[in-house]
Design a protein around this ligand. Structure first.
Ligand SMILES: C[S@@+](CC[C@H](N)C(=O)[O-])C[C@H]1O[C@@H](n2cnc3c(N)ncnc32)[C@H](O)[C@@H]1O
Length: 379
């Protein structure tokens, strides 16, 4: 029996600063005994909940199922221990696989080297037991193997998501500085949008915030476009149960989702990208998109405004972002009466330029950038 089969315990990888909303999300999807840890959440779940979490979560990056844990003081011991695992329980010779490793405070110093030793063990175990071996594909493998070594304690896990769940499948066209989908989903959560008030993103770029708002309002499982999940490779995978979970989740999708989500952007290329991306989740075209310079647009009154304006580090345009944010503050103050605005600052130094009193500020990092989500109530 593998570890996860004995303990029903899994590890959900998630950004530290959104764990306060990720834990209730996990619990609502059936996780039990949630326990916060560095960059993740431990939880227990039955098979049904595991499938449901993977299909529906909007905030978790991936869920790992531990198969073996052991003290590991050398790469040779790692190799020997991994060689004893019955890898053909998880993949066939015709499947592809990849190993991803993280290493800290351990005798084995380099994560790439640790991954290589585990990869060798998997390949050699196949050669010895089956006669031929599966190949490695680091981009789209069938099986994602995870190795974590900390203080010389190693855990080998299977990624039950099969690659990060932020890749929803709708962002086929991109723009500069797109926002990661899980962060966009978190921002929609923090906004407490009531799904009735019209929601507008005046800097929509590729449309990530709009897509995440739409997925939430229509109760669409976040990964409904995903073709395959890692849990399908587990030896105890139950296809009938998976079909049931899928059907039950899809049955909750609202037939007539709200047509109150809209976005605009100054760039024609961005509007085209957003239109294409949105069409993949919203074939009826309920999300409205326009090319607009925010400063030349109609007033945005009585709305929920959610956006991430341009920022220097990623957009490579430090020209006069201070002046830009001052103009944005004036726009919000003068032309957005009755609205609540949730502005995501990629760089918090610009918050002062906006010149408005914030209701609250929340630390939210984005790809290593020290960002802030700030709420403004506009009267
Ligand atoms: C950081 S990006 C937004 C990324 C978006 N959230 C996504 O996930 O793709 C900022 C966007 O603001 C747009 N923009 C810059 N100045 C603008 C203006 N004056 N009016 C409207 N959009 C503007 C840019 O074209 C860019 O697409």
């Amino acid at each position: 029996m593998y570890n996860y089969q004995k303990s029903y315990r899994y590890f959900a990888q998630v950004a530290d600063d959104i764990k306060d909303i990720a834990i209730p999300e996990l619990e609502a999807l059936g996780a039990k005994n949630t326990h916060s840890a560095y960059r993740g959440i431990y939880f227990t779940a039955d098979k049904e909940a595991l499938y449901k979490i993977n299909f529906n979560t909007r905030l978790i990056n991936r869920v790992l199922a531990p198969i073996k844990s052991f003290s590991c003081h050398s790469d040779q011991y790692l190799y020997k221990t991994a060689l004893k695992i019955k890898w053909d329980d998880f993949l066939k010779t015709t499947d592809t696989f990849a190993v991803f490793a993280t290493v800290s405070h351990s005798t084995i110093k380099h994560s790439k080297f640790a991954a290589l030793r585990l990869k060798d063990a998997i390949a050699d175990s196949f050669r010895e037991n089956v006669g031929s071996r599966p190949s490695v594909d680091t981009r789209e493998p069938d099986v994602w193997v995870n190795l974590h070594i900390e203080n010389d304690e190693a855990i080998i896990s299977i990624d039950t998501s099969g690659g990060s769940l932020h890749r929803r499948g709708y962002r086929r066209r991109s723009v500069q500085a797109p926002m990661v989908e899980t962060l966009a989903a978190a921002i929609i959560n923090y906004s407490d949008w009531d799904e009735i008030t019209p929601l507008h993103d005046p800097f929509c770029g590729s449309g990530t915030l709009l897509c995440e708002a739409y997925l939430k309002a229509s109760k669409m499982p976040a990964s409904f476009l995903r073709k395959k999940f890692g849990f399908e490779q587990l030896p105890d995978f139950d296809p009938t149960l998976w079909e049931k979970v899928k059907n039950e989740s899809l049955a909750k999708v609202k037939k007539h989702p709200v047509d109150i989500i809209s976005g605009s952007d100054i760039s024609l290329q961005a509007v085209k990208a957003a239109t294409y991306n949105c069409s993949l989740i919203d074939p009826d075209g309920l999300i409205t998109l326009k090319r607009r310079d925010i400063f030349k647009t109609e007033n945005l009154e009585n709305k929920t405004i959610i956006c991430n304006p341009p920022y220097g580090i990623r957009i490579n345009n430090e020209d006069d972002l201070g002046g830009f944010f001052k103009d944005l503050g004036d726009f919000l103050k003068q032309r957005c009466k009755g609205s609540n605005a949730f502005i995501y600052f990629g760089e918090r130094k610009y918050i002062k330029n906006i010149g408005l009193k914030a209701s609250w500020k929340k630390e939210l990092s984005n790809g290593g950038l020290d960002g802030r989500l700030v709420k403004y109530e506009l009267y």
